[in-house]
Ligand binder design. Structure first.
Ligand code: NAD
Length: 497
């Protein structure tokens, strides 16, 4: 069985690690490799390499950094097939979906290719007689990224291209469930000419995370994952004086008004709820049917959920893959059972799904629960699986109130043909990313990504302009250049008289 090593100072290494964790193929249910789990000393080795590399990388020219990013971007294009298959084999998502996340991650690299523009400072001429003021941004030092399993390429790409292009060095601690993609990225960076030690990967669990959060040589921590861990990371790392951006979980509502094109809305809700088996932070997990949209919407959703082909991620016929682990599968099955016990109608039940030839895979089929109410666990919990809960309300105001009373505020969507309703919705809803007739409103890389309330702890969204601000700090310089000859003459004249 192969062992997935760390990547420190430009080379794959086991450092001093003795502990390992299993990495599964979710479609077969079999363990396919083991990943090293770093101890504190291994993390320290990576941070030391990154600290050393920072001494020269912080002084590299903008042109050099951009050229490396351009080369890295080209390598991501060249290796897209291989990388997509690698992601699919450990995560379970279909290869086409893995390809999609590579493209979205690459867009952040493309933003980093233009970092010289994003880093321009400002200048004020003659703020007082003979005095000018300008400012510029400098990197922080060694930055750490701690990332979830669900987008093993895209989410780390929200962090490292911006951190590195702004002159920092980076230590990534990816999810231990699908760790291989991060090592692949490290090799591509090396091939692109990134100096050793600028990008490092340490694999591990809570031990590695805690060591990073407390480490005196880490300047900033970027975290994406579930809300309880986001809160923990934010508290612990800010307590040790670090900058922190911490993005948490979600419960995204898609509201369908009676004036919407129901077929169009249902197509998008189905893709957004069941794509990647619902394991997306922007997945639609609650459909809010307003007024008479209810029965018709549930009927169409039922047909579409039943039509989804579930199978292994590397089969081009598959539209949805398995859950990431056996535990995740059981958690989703339990959530559907609890929903039923608490009074929801189970319209489509994916609990007993099996896939021929893959009997031990971590399967749950698309599941549709109707008449879900806010007091039910199926409404309150982030199930993070292929379960769409439908709640019914009478008015758009009730729909907005439902969303605003939910503790999460990552994404939301409205399906309507009314501009007035859309305008009211986007102004009144307490959510960070909103789609109007767009189900998964993921902003482009030149905007920043981040939710409200329990979906983002602290105040920093990720990548785009907020990413540049997060990974740099400003110096403001006030300058006077006295005319030396003239000052001397003035002084002599003053003496003479
Ligand atoms: P997770 O919180 O379990 O793990 C995230 C990272 O934290 C991993 O690297 C993991 O090793 C580490 N970790 C886990 N438990 C820890 C602990 N007790 N102490 C220290 N570190 C710990 O999340 P996950 O299951 O990998 O990913 C799914 C979650 O991520 C969902 O809640 C999803 O909504 C969220 N997510 C959010 C966004 C967003 O943009 N807001 C994006 C992607 C995923």
């Amino acid at each position: 069985m192969s062992t997935i090593e760390h990547w420190i100072n430009g080379t794959a290494t086991s450092a001093g690690s003795t502990r390992t964790g299993p990495v599964f193929n979710p479609a077969t249910g079999a363990q396919q490799s083991e990943v090293l789990l770093a101890d504190a000393a291994d993390v320290d080795t990576a941070v030391s390499a990154a600290s050393k590399a920072f001494e020269t990388w912080a002084d590299s020219s903008l042109t050099q950094r951009q050229r490396i990013m351009f080369r890295f971007r080209e390598l991501l294009v060249q290796h897209e097939d291989e990388l997509a298959k690698l992601i699919s084999s450990e995560h379970g998502k279909v290869v086409e979906d893995a390809r999609g996340e590579i493209v979205r991650g690459r867009e952040v690299v493309e933003y980093a290719c233009g970092i010289a523009d994003a880093l321009k400072g400002s200048f004020s001429d003659q703020v007082s007689s003979g005095i000018d003021v300008h400012n510029f941004r400098q990197p922080l030092g060694v930055c750490a990224g701690i990332t979830p399993f669900n987008f093993p390429i895209m989410v780390p790409c929200w962090m490292h291209p911006i951190a590195i292009a702004t002159g920092n060095t980076f230590v990534l601690k990816p999810s231990e469930r699908d760790p291989s993609a991060s090592n692949f990225v490290a090799k591509l960076y090396a091939e692109a000419g990134l100096p050793d030690g600028v990008f490092n990967v340490v694999h591990g669990d809570k031990t590695a995370v805690d060591t990073l959060l407390d480490h005196p040589d880490i300047a900033a921590v970027s975290f994406v994952g579930s809300t309880p861990i986001a809160r923990y990371v934010h508290e612990k790392a800010t307590a040790s004086g670090k900058r922190v951006q911490a993005l948490g979980g979600a419960k995204n509502h898609a509201v369908v008004l009676p004036d919407a094109d129901l077929e169009f809305a249902a197509n998008h809700l189905t893709a957004a709820a069941f794509g990647s088996a619902g394991q997306r932070c922007m997945a639609v997990s609650v459909g809010v049917a307003v007024g008479e949209a209810g029965d018709a919407l549930v009927d169409v959703l039922k047909d579409k959920a039943n039509d989804i082909t579930v199978g292994p991620g590397d089969d081009p016929a598959s539209e949805m893959g398995p859950l990431v682990t056996r535990d995740a599968r059981q958690r989703v099955i339990d959530a559907v059972a609890t929903g039923q016990t608490q009074g929801a109608d189970v319209v489509v039940d994916g609990r007993d799904l099996t896939v021929n030839g893959y009997e031990d895979g971590f399967w749950v089929g698309p599941s549709l629960l109707d008449r879900v109410t806010p007091d039910m666990a199926a409404y309150q919990d982030e199930i993070f699986g292929p379960v769409l809960a439908v709640a019914r309300v009478e008015t758009v105001d009730e729909a907005i109130a439902l969303i605003n009373n939910n503790p999460y505020g990552n994404g939301t969507a409205l399906f309507t043909s009314s501009g007035a309703a859309a305008r009211k919705f986007q102004r009144e809803v307490h959510v960070g990313m909103i789609g109007i007739n767009v189900p998964i409103p993921v902003p482009m890389s030149y905007y920043s990504f981040g939710g409200w309330k329990d979906s983002l702890i602290g105040d920093s969204p990720i990548h785009g302009p907020d990413g540049v601000r997060f990974y740099t700090r400003t110096k403001t310089v006030t300058t006077r250049w006295p005319d030396v000859q003239r000052s001397a003459k003035d002084a002599a004249t003053a003496l003479h008289f």
